[in-house]
Design a protein around this ligand. Structure first.
Ligand code: PFF
Length: 483
């Protein structure tokens, strides 16, 4: 690709990179959005928040807040054509606004950095289950029991016990965290065309094939009717329930990779010809479908095993593996399931590391590879404390004196601080920046929509997003307000 007119001298440490095609951009952005947030967090949140009400509110959050912000972020990047922080500065400068608005991307890039530190720990658990199911598959091939359930001869308690055993075992958990972070660093270090889009264009189509295959399998062999009823049961009493709304919006942010400088960074690699409104719509639609279908993929299997769907974060790692015990070809499908989760997690962690890496390398003029190793290495070290929060540091509450972090260990604090404060704060600043500060001629020229739709987008960004995000921030910081 030609880097004509872009900042950075070709061949220098900070030469602006480009996606090699629109398909690569869409796959990388969808790859960023679709991750553990969809497969692990969404079903867990939906399960704990009563299914239907959460799902309906979630869809509303994506359409009215997530999508307009997604378009705002990609627009900033595509116009600025630099790191996220530098891109905001470009837009601010051209609009006659203060370059201090770049703080929105600084907050986002730091959030990404903190999130990837624990994201890699959780992805390490995924690697562990790939190993467990692969071992079980070999055993079942050896015993000629390929079509039966997984973990033949073991009790449900034994299988459920795999997760607490893993959590107690740093000798397994930490090397897997290192392995996953190492892979992420490797991909980011190889650059946009050589690394990031390569994994996206191969892994995302593979992900979709596995995902649809396993969902169809669950629909036929599991309890699909009960899952459907659970996911879409409409209970108006729960719909306007503060905590449910709060977690739905938080989940929408996490899942769409918003407020994390990622979509600004990825937008900057996009060519002028790409219609950002269409692309953003496609990203949001794919991400939301995957989240909902993930519920329809996991719940039928769990319901069929008669286990509880409201187990929260342990749903995917404890309840689901045990559920594969009663499913036909359980070890094979279980293995494919976790391989699929790994694909989704890697394309997301790559985006989480790329945003802060790109910021730092522009700031200091370092090479991409060097920056990725340094930033990823530091994230690995911080992630160790999150891993230890599942065992020896489980009852160490570093910010116990602050109400919102009461009885939260290190992992809980980083998760809560990024999800409840940093992402919504960055999103809020983005909405105000695009809605009120950025030059309208500039945003109008970039966004690819016109007429009534354009006015509606402006209304959402200038009014609804700031109001909703302010409420969310206040409620997130003062949880006692909603009891
Ligand atoms: N969107 C991805 C997921 O849902 O897993 C990864 C992610 C990106 C999470 C950015 C959080 C975030 F701020």
């Amino acid at each position: 690709m030609v880097a004509g007119g872009d900042p950075g001298v070709a061949g220098s440490a900070t030469a602006q990179e480009h996606w090699s095609s629109r398909f690569a951009f869409v796959m990388a952005a969808v790859g960023s959005a679709v991750g553990l947030g969809n497969l692990w967090r969404f079903p867990a949140e939906a399960g704990q928040n009563g299914g239907g009400a959460f799902v309906i509110f979630y869809i509303a959050c994506v359409a009215l807040i997530g999508l307009p912000l997604l378009l705002s972020e990609t627009l900033i990047g595509r116009h600025g054509k630099s790191s996220a922080v530098e891109s905001v500065r470009v837009v601010a400068r051209e609009s006659g606004g203060s370059t201090a608005w770049s703080a929105l991307a600084v907050v986002g890039a730091i959030a990404s950095f903190l999130i990837v530190s624990f994201y890699s720990v959780i992805a390490g658990w995924v690697l562990y289950y790939i190993g467990v199911f692969a071992g079980d598959l070999f055993a079942s091939i050896g015993s000629g029991n390929l079509t039966g359930g997984a973990f033949a001869g073991q009790s449900a308690e034994q299988v459920q016990g795999l997760m607490p055993a893993l959590f107690d075992n740093n000798a397994v958990m930490l090397p897997l965290h290192a392995l996953f972070m190492g892979l992420t660093i490797y991909v980011v270090a190889r650059g946009v065309t050589g690394g990031i889009e390569k994994v996206a264009v191969y892994l995302m189509p593979a992900f979709f094939i596995l995902f649809l295959g396993i969902t169809v399998y669950g629909a036929f062999s599991g309890d699909f009717a009960e899952a459907l009823a659970f996911m879409f049961a409409f209970d108006p009493a729960r719909l306007l329930h503060g905590p449910v709304m709060l977690s739905a919006l938080g989940q929408a942010f996490f899942s769409l990779s918003l407020g994390s400088a990622i979509m600004i960074t990825y937008g900057a690699y996009a060519d002028r010809g790409v219609n950002l409104a269409k692309t953003s719509g496609m990203i949001a639609a794919c991400d939301t479908s995957v989240a909902i279908i993930a519920g329809l993929c996991i719940f039928p299997i769990v319901f069929a095993a008669g286990l509880a769907v409201d187990s929260g974060p342990t749903l995917m790692f404890q309840t689901l593996p045990a559920s594969f015990q009663t499913m036909p070809a359980g070890s094979l499908i279980g293995l494919l399931f976790f391989v699929m989760v790994f694909f989704a997690a890697l394309t997301s962690s790559v985006s989480l590391l790329d945003a802060p890496t790109n910021w730092i390398r522009y700031k200091f003029g370092w090479t991409r590879a060097r920056t990725a190793v340094l930033v990823g290495g530091l994230a690995f070290v911080i992630g160790i404390f999150s891993a230890l929060s599942f065992n020896v540091m489980g009852e160490w509450y570093p910010l116990d004196f602050i109400a919102m972090f009461r009885e939260q260990n290190f992992f809980g604090v980083v998760d809560g601080f990024t999800g409840k404060i940093m992402l919504p704060l960055s999103g809020l600043l983005t909405a105000i920046f695009i809605g009120w500060v950025a030059d309208r001629r500039l945003t109008d020229a970039e966004n690819g929509i016109s007429g009534g739709l354009h006015l509606f987008w402006r209304f959402l960004v200038a009014w609804l997003c700031p109001i909703a995000l302010t409420v969310i921030l206040i409620l997130g910081i003062f949880p006692e307000l909603i009891g």
